[in-house]
Design a protein around this ligand. Sequence first.
Ligand code: ZN
Length: 103
Amino acid sequence: MDTRAYQQINQSTDNSVCIEMDLLQVGSEPVGMRCPYCQEDIMTRAIYKNSTITHIVAAVLGVLFWWLCCCIIPYTTKRWKNVEHNCPNCHKFLGVYERTRVI
Ligand SMILES: [Zn+2]
């Protein structure tokens, strides 16, 4: 029991360090930057992906406003989606902006 708990803490520490080292701090919109892979000045290409938040919002809206079919709204708006940033020049993955809040 104790050993397992320790391993989990260890793993999460490793992951956060890895993300800090490898991924850039990016927001929800495309950003201008120098690509670390091809060294070009680029505007990142933002790709919107459904996240856990998207599904939670869809579920909540679906339950509350099922008569309006609101549950499709989260899938059609960027607001609750994760955003992946890629380099338009070399197509490398640069970083991800993860939604952690619904509002
Ligand atoms: Zn690049």
